[in-house]
Design a protein around this ligand. Structure first.
Ligand SMILES: [Zn+2]
Length: 494
């Protein structure tokens, strides 16, 4: 049986025990991107949060049907296509490819289904026809409007009162300012489909109802998305779906928080680059980016600024350093007896490792609290790094850190962070961080060979000068019998 968990439900504004519709199974629909540009760091939060959540659910034994849509027909796409002279569906298809490229580079799992609006027109029209028949929608000059007054429960998700809602612009043909378009009559030059109400295209909200019901069923276990979507998008999804099916649309509403600018920081052109996921990935390993998001509770606001990714990088570096030193320790024996002999720091590693699984998974089981779960990871990692400073630990610490290494493997299995081996991690850091630190891999390696030659020539002054210059740039050299290896100084763990 899968492990029980609790989750904050936006609909009730409380953390609730999760009850599946089908035992052992979770059907989750997450609102995806409107594809007219590359993903930025705000989009990536939703991508990483729900990726982590689905991994965690599967790790805990749930079977998951994970659906995330693409909005490939929308005003913004049509406007962008008009600027570039491209066909809007083709423009959207190009950015769907770019999205997949970013998602893959971030190391995210593919949803089980990725429906898009242009492929879902039949389902959308069937849903609209049902709403017109049931008198929850009306037609005016080729546009179909949802009649909010026809549904007394309208506003229940976001807590809005229908009579207090005003529409920003007065639209002719609407009965109530909060009525919203299910089908938009075609405008000259726009992409359109034939329909019982004349040529046109779907409104925004209806697509998610149609795609979610089509891929999962009338009732979803969990509906996810960004907090900015609660009103009107999710409110309208509830209204359309429930007016049509007479069943609850989603049992739990899970919303990720927004990124906020760190105080005192402005958005500059140089910072603007990093807003784009593709650019962030040039400088930072995917796991550092994921750690930035997973280090916070998914539904809290998350400060974003120029230090955000370097800080996450420092954290990732501490994790891999701990794994590296723990893996390098050798020695056999009974962990308790060895720890008894090696002192308090050894005992602390042992006790934190013993409690780790319960603490870590317990934090995730209570509203997917990755901030708390990762705090347990960093507590253990600090203890490992402290213990590794003891001379005896290097020779005999193997049995003491065995449990800690198993704990680090658990983090990788449950959240997909810390999933590289130490060597691949080092390679990844050298490739990506070098450019952020104003270095190139090639120039570092060239200087190291120059220094090796100087040492062979017994030109110690030159050798020292090169070492000092590299050190000042953040490159740490390690000489051993096989030659000189190097790493970038990112964290100051020990
Ligand atoms: Zn949606």
């Amino acid at each position: 049986m899968p492990a029980p968990f609790r989750i904050y439900n936006t609909a009730s504004r409380t953390v609730e025990a999760f009850k599946p519709i089908t035992p052992g199974h979770v059907g989750i629909y997450v609102c995806g991107m409107t594809v007219y540009d590359r993903c930025h760091m705000g989009h990536a939060r939703a991508m990483v949060v729900f990726d982590g959540f689905v991994r965690y659910l599967r790790f805990r034994g749930w079977s998951v049907n994970f659906v995330r849509n693409f909005t490939d027909i929308d005003d913004k796409i049509i406007a962008r296509a008009a600027e570039t002279g491209e066909d809007p569906v083709a423009l959207a298809a190009r950015f769907i490819d770019a999205f997949h490229e970013d998602a893959e580079a971030l190391g995210l799992i593919r949803p089980d289904a990725e429906p898009k609006v242009s492929d879902s027109i039949d389902g959308i029209q069937a849903l609209i026809s049902g709403l017109v028949e049931k008198k929850h929608a009306y037609v005016n000059a080729g546009t179909v409007w949802f009649d909010v007054k026809s549904l007394p429960a309208y506003g229940k998700l976001s807590g809005q009162k229908v009579d207090e809602l005003q529409s920003p612009d007065v639209v002719p043909g609407k009965k109530h300012p909060a009525d919203f378009a299910l089908w938009k009559a075609v405008k000259p030059g726009e992409v359109s489909w034939e329909s019982p109400w004349g040529p046109g295209r779907p409104g925004w909200h209806i697509e998610c109802s149609a795609m979610a019901i089509g891929c999962i069923g009338d009732t979803l276990d969990i509906h996810g998305g960004g907090l900015d979507l609660v009103f009107p998008h999710h409110e309208n999804e509830v209204a359309q779906s429930e007016a049509h099916t007479h069943k609850p649309f989603a049992n739990y509403w899970m919303h990720n928080g927004m990124l906020t600018m760190a105080s005192g920081q402005k958005m500059g052109k140089s910072l603007g680059n990093v807003w784009n996921v593709q650019n962030a990935l040039k400088e930072f390993p995917a796991e550092a980016i994921r750690l930035y998001y997973l280090g916070a509770l998914y539904r809290s606001p998350l400060p974003w600024g120029e230090d955000a990714l370097p800080e996450a990088m420092g954290g990732l570096c501490r994790l891999y350093d701990a794994r590296e030193v723990a893996e390098a320790m050798s020695g056999k024996g009974n962990p308790t007896a060895v720890a008894q002999d090696l002192g308090e720091d050894a005992k602390r590693v042992l006790s934190l490792s013993a409690a780790f699984e319960d603490n870590f998974l317990g934090a995730l089981d209570e509203d997917f609290n990755t901030a708390k779960a990762m705090a347990y990871v960093f507590e253990l990692v600090r203890a490992i790094n402290r213990f590794s400073n003891h001379k005896k630990a290097k020779k005999r610490g193997g049995p003491v850190v065995a449990g800690a290494l198993a704990a680090l493997d658990l983090v990788s299995a449950a959240l997909g962070v810390l999933s590289m081996d130490v060597e691949s991690y080092q390679e990844e850091v050298k490739n990506k961080r070098c450019c952020a630190m104003g270095l190139t891999r090639e120039s570092v390696e060239e200087q190291i060979s120059e220094r090796t030659q100087a040492r062979a020539d017994k030109d110690w002054a030159k050798s020292d000068t090169i070492r000092d210059a590299l050190d000042a740039a953040g490159v740490v050299l390690m000489d051993c019998t096989e030659g000189t290896s190097w790493r970038l100084r990112i964290c100051d763990t020990q």
